[in-house]
Ligand binder design. Structure first.
Ligand code: NBG
Length: 854
């Protein structure tokens, strides 16, 4: 036990020579005294008027970009506009920071390797209530806000739901006035840009920074050093044996700050993304000797760390560079947070200042990193360090697929982070002591629960480490949390039942309703006032209006207007001509077998086959437009073949006169947040058809329901809660539930039996197998068909019959527009629960404690 609290805080600063009390930042030793009245006054934003906005905009254009309006490019105008909006938010940002340092309220530090932010301009205008002023100001300069908005390249620093959730959460925390800092990685290349060549996915680099990024502010002077490799050694520290890490190499982490404005509340939180830089630009000796490439090798190597986002979703990528990325951003973030607490701060009080929320296992290496800081840098003993560390983290799990849980090989971890591996071993030893005490002689359990896996190779199970260290472990929907407790982390739940909790995901109504769907938003505001934007449960007040014919008509009109907007958008973006007078049936999400895009496709091909074979008259089917949007991980072959098949079916069906006016299939490439904002408000039917027990939550499902689409879905993830809230009459449920799936799996699943016994399913698969969609070549899609008929891990064939039957119910309801619209309105009215504001309240209540608020 260390008996003194002195060694814990950082070394005392050198006293300035003249002993005068310093004003201004101490951290870099800069001392200055303000005297000018303006320098002493609070920072103020530009005037909130059209003229004030124009002046600021022109100032940015002229002085920052150095161009006259008459000579400026659209990118100049967009950049100046972004800077202008930023300038309006700056005063609030500085004020938020000042208040933070004044009181040091407990903060949330959200650690996430991904943030799928979407475009910033519209959201920031909305948060600052500047949309109208900006529109008028630009108009008076002869410019259009819509054109400049279209110029923004969205920061695709995430793969899918997990990254988008992080973005929704930081929006909600700012809006709810909760001190939060988001930490992550500033990837130079985000999620790849998807294009199709002959229907096949081709990836292109996402050079989102090519035209500059007006939303970030770099602070190279505050770069943080991050070490890697080397070895550890012990030494004698006044009779105490201590360990230190002797690293072999290091890089710098340069912080880039982004504003995270709350909605109309004056708070602006920070998102801090780290960019890797070499500690030394190049080796001068080698350079002088003429080997230029070799001279910059170290630099290239270091900068690779934040070069590109791993495009994997729901399955981890066990690559060394990925572990480097994880440690890199976590080490920078912990250092940054701790340094920000001031010099005299005693790290033993850290749990009063922060909760580090671990967004999946990607940042879990933060646990041994904090231990290392406390033990090796601050001289705490093990028990003290663990007492602090085990109060600072909480872990959110986002998956159920066993193969998706990260395991790092001991060999790799030891090579890259030798001290961390030692610490992990010790954490595991102490933890296994506890397991032994609790269940003496239960060796199987010890093996099952050990943080270190022995098979197939020695590896560190990051989810277990997070569970052992976290104050809480949560799943992301009720069913998911229950399955975590009962299955994936069952031993841990027996040991610490109180550690496990649920927080159902949510989405931000600012971006996904107010910004994305102004038609519906205005209609809602006219009906119930504007309070719903920050208090989404108030949507309930819409429920009685489901029976009001005038409201229904207005609702239908808003949906139709959104279809027209989408049609216009896709016409330019993808040269697609979207029908606006029929059902729009949408499935957008990452391409993954468990999500079952193939099941959707089987339904489409089945409908087509029935017409093509004369079993059904084209005139008798409900006209539908199917839209897919999905990226496949570049190395995921089956997913890419499924994309190819969807496109192939689309090109045959779309050009077949037999189904003209009745069926269309579109697959706009490069589904992203920007496209989601256009598609979701226009959709009638939302496809949420994963195999029960596989989708942790889903958040697209919430966005669709809140925008007035009806869901056809399985009892999976948050679908379960959506259905419970909207009612069975307003949700098209189909398929096996999770216990049935488990039973069937245990009994032995034979997809061939479904193929043989369901003639419609057989005809459908046979049509694909015949080569009908591949120019007569039966081999092109043979792997997809044979995988379904012989393996079908996600039981698409087993659910096919029930799915088709549910689609008939969809058609029947759609045939009654009043009944359909009534249901759609009730979906909106009853889904207020799915606001990410509510998720944040649940985190505060169930995980973070009464603090942190205000
Ligand atoms: C995803 C799940 C989704 C869930 C999001 C956000 C990963 C690892 N998980 O179901 O697949 O909605 O996380 O929680 O990306």
């Amino acid at each position: 036990m260390s008996d003194s609290r002195t060694p814990v805080s950082a070394p005392t600063p050198v006293t300035p020579a003249d002993e005068t009390p310093a004003i201004g930042p101490h951290r870099r030793g800069v001392q200055f005294r303000q005297t000018h009245p303006l320098a002493l006054a609070p920072v103020t934003p530009p005037p909130n008027t059209v003229d004030g906005f124009v002046k600021e905009f022109l100032h940015e254009l002229n002085t920052d970009l150095g161009v006259a309006l008459s000579r400026s490019s659209i990118n100049d105008q967009y950049t100046a506009l972004a800077h202008t909006v930023r300038n309006y938010l700056t005063a609030r940002w500085l004020e938020t920071g000042r208040k933070q340092r004044e009181g040091y309220p407990k903060s949330v530090a959200y650690l996430s390797a991904e943030y799928l932010l979407g475009r910033q301009l519209g959201n920031n205008l909305l948060a600052a209530n500047l949309s109208d002023i900006a529109e008028k100001a630009l108009h008076s300069c002869g410019l259009s806000l819509a054109t400049l908005r279209a110029q923004e390249v969205e920061p695709g620093l995430g793969n899918g739901g997990l990254g988008r959730l992080a973005a929704c959460f930081i929006d909600s925390l700012a809006t709810m006035n909760v001190p939060c800092i988001g930490y992550g990685i500033r990837y130079e290349y985000g999620i790849f840009r998807q294009t199709f060549v002959d229907g096949e996915q081709v990836e292109q680099p996402d050079s989102w920074l090519a035209l500059g990024n007006p939303w970030e502010i770099a602070h190279p002077e505050s770069a943080v050093q991050v070490n890697f490799g080397g070895s550890t050694e012990t030494y004698d520290d006044n009779g105490v044996e201590r360990t230190r890490w002797v690293p072999a190499w290091n890089v710098l982490g340069v912080p880039y700050n982004y504003m995270v404005p709350g909605y109309l509340n004056g708070r602006v939180n920070t998102l801090r993304l780290w960019s890797a830089q070499a500690t030394q630009a190049f080796d001068l000796n080698i350079f002088n000797a003429g080997d230029y490439a070799q001279a910059v090798r170290a630099q290239t190597f270091a900068e690779n760390i934040s070069k590109v986002l791993y495009p994997e979703d729901s399955t981890p990528q066990g690559k060394e560079l990925r572990l480097q990325q994880q440690y890199f951003f976590v080490a920078c973030s912990l250092r940054d947070f701790i340094d920000g607490q001031g010099r005299d701060f005693d790290l033993r009080d850290l749990p009063e200042r922060v909760i580090f929320q671990l967004n999946d296992t990607h940042p879990v290496i933060a646990v041994p990193e904090l231990m290392r800081i406390l033990l090796d840098e601050r001289g705490l003993d093990w028990d003290e360090a663990w007492a602090v560390t085990s109060k600072c983290f909480a872990y959110t799990c986002h998956t159920l697929l066993p193969e998706a849980l990260e395991v790092w090989s001991v060999e790799l971890l030891g090579r890259l982070l030798p001290r961390h591996l030692e610490i992990i071993y010790r954490i595991n030893d102490e933890f296994l002591d506890l397991v032994r005490e609790t269940w003496p002689d239960d060796y199987l359990r010890l093996g099952r629960m050990s943080i270190i896996a022995e098979y197939p190779d020695r590896g560190v199970r990051m989810a277990f480490l997070a569970t052992v260290a976290g104050i809480k472990v949560n799943g992301v929907a009720a069913l998911h949390s229950q399955l975590l407790r009962d299955k994936v982390l069952n031993d841990f739940a027996e040991l610490w039942p109180e550690k496990f909790t649920n927080v159902t995901n949510g989405v931000t109504p600012r971006r996904f309703m107010k910004l994305a769907n102004p038609h519906l938003s205005d209609l809602i505001t006219d009906a119930i006032g504007s309070g719903w934007v920050t208090d989404l449960e108030r949507l309930q007040e819409l429920a009685p209006l489901a029976d009001d014919p005038d409201f229904r008509a207005a609702f239908t009109e808003a949906k139709h207007a959104n279809k027209i907007l989408l049609r216009d958008h896709l016409r330019v973006r993808d040269e697609i001509e979207l029908p606006t007078d029929q059902m729009l049936d949408v499935m957008v999400k990452r391409l993954h077998e468990y999500k079952r895009q193939t099941l959707k496709l089987l339904h489409i091909v089945s409908t087509y086959e029935q017409i093509a074979s004369g079993k059904v008259k084209a005139a008798d089917i409900t006209p539908r437009t199917f839209v897919f949007g999905a990226k496949a991980a570049p190395g995921y072959r089956m997913a890419k073949q499924i994309i190819h098949l969807i496109n192939a079916v689309g090109s045959v069906v779309n050009s077949d006169p037999l189904v003209e006016g009745r069926l269309k299939i579109f697959f706009p490439a490069n589904y992203n947040v920007t496209l989601a904002e256009r598609l979701i408000p226009a959709a009638d039917l939302s496809e949420q058809i994963s195999l029960a027990g596989m989708e942790a939550s889903g958040t697209g499902n919430m966005k669709f329901a809140l925008n007035g689409a009806l869901t056809i879905g399985t009892d999976d993830g948050a679908n379960v809660e959506i259905r419970e809230l909207v009612g069975d009459d307003n949700f098209f449920l189909f398929g096996m539930d999770e216990p049935k799936v488990a039973d069937l799996g245990a009994k032995g699943y034979h997809p061939g039996e479904y193929y043989e016994s369901n003639p419609q399913l057989k005809a459908t698969l046979d049509l694909i197998a015949s080569g009908h969609f591949s120019g007569g070549d039966p081999m092109t899609f043979e792997p997809v068909v044979s995988n379904l008929v012989h393996h079908d891990r996600f039981m698409a064939l087993a659910d096919f019959g029930s799915y088709v039957e549910a689609q008939h119910r969809v058609d029947a309801l759609y045939a009654d527009p009043d009944a359909w619209t009534r249901s759609a309105i009730l979906n909106v009215a009853r889904c207020g629960f799915f606001s990410s504001d509510r998720s944040m309240k649940d985190y505060i209540k169930r995980i973070w404690g009464t603090n942190p608020v205000l």
